[in-house]
Write a protein that binds this ligand. Structure first.
Ligand code: JEB
Length: 223
């Protein structure tokens, strides 16, 4: 697949995608990722891409011209245009799975207080948000989306690990806690059951812990 990111901060979008698993997926040719400077499509000699909101209000709004030009330059017949915005639909694991099956994602990041709504009406297929908190920079959200999508591409994690994850992980339950050696660390013990070798009991304990952790940390998943 191919991913193009259009942003005022291309280096911010790419930095988290340039290490470890994701860089390996890129090196293996599973995905081509490029980040583009929106100002390169500015019509203005000062490379401006924003202006004050029509009707008044806070901050600055990204103008339609540079974004239309960027999308027209980068789009292919199979492109899905995504806008990162706090007003978007929740980006979930199922969204990542859907995006991973696309041929080309074109991710627009916005900046300042927003993007001229004609962009949303005419160009954007999907507005997405990575969660209910406020970031300073949409490029960070774009990197999160790319990471979640790229790790799902066949071969990105090694096939054994990815298929294991697909078939055995329950999205409505948190994982049981994990421990490793030493079994006594400063008097803090690994639970006895995990050292018992009784795999039926271990499975039962993990199930119990999984439910308790979900109740405590993510009651919304049980509801
Ligand atoms: C996405 C963005 C900004 C008000 C204040 C600050 C472009 N979950 C999310 N939180 N914030 C964003 C997001 C997503 N996806 C996000 C794009 C932009 C924040 N800002 C800063 C926007 N509006 C600019």
């Amino acid at each position: 697949m191919r991913i193009d990111i259009v942003t005022l901060f291309p280096e911010v979008a790419l930095a988290p995608l340039s290490d470890s698993i994701i860089q390996r997926a890129r090196d293996a040719g599973l995905v081509e990722v490029a980040a583009h400077q929106l100002r390169d499509w500015s019509e203005d000699k000062h490379r401006r891409v924003d202006d004050t909101p029509c009707g008044g209000g806070q901050g600055m709004v990204l103008q339609p011209g540079p974004i239309f030009a960027a999308v027209e330059a980068l789009r292919r017949p199979d492109t899905r245009v995504i806008l990162m915005t706090p007003q978007g639909r929740p980006f979930l694991q199922e969204t990542a799975r859907r995006f991973a099956s696309e041929g080309h994602l074109l991710i627009l990041c916005g900046h300042y207080e927003g993007v001229d709504h004609r962009v949303v009406e005419a160009l954007v297929d999907e507005e997405v948000s990575i969660g209910d908190y406020v970031l300073t920079n949409g490029a960070i959200a774009a990197a999160v989306v790319c990471d979640a999508v790229i790790r799902l591409l066949p071969g990105a994690l090694g096939d054994a690990r990815s298929s294991e994850e697909e078939s055995f992980s329950d999205p409505t339950r948190l994982e049981a806690p994990a421990y490793t050696r030493p079994v006594d660390f400063r008097g803090l013990k690994v639970p006895e059951v995990l050292l018992s070798g009784n795999h039926a009991k271990i499975r039962e304990w993990k199930e119990e812990q999984s439910i308790e952790r979900t109740r405590s940390n993510r009651p919304d998943l049980l509801a």
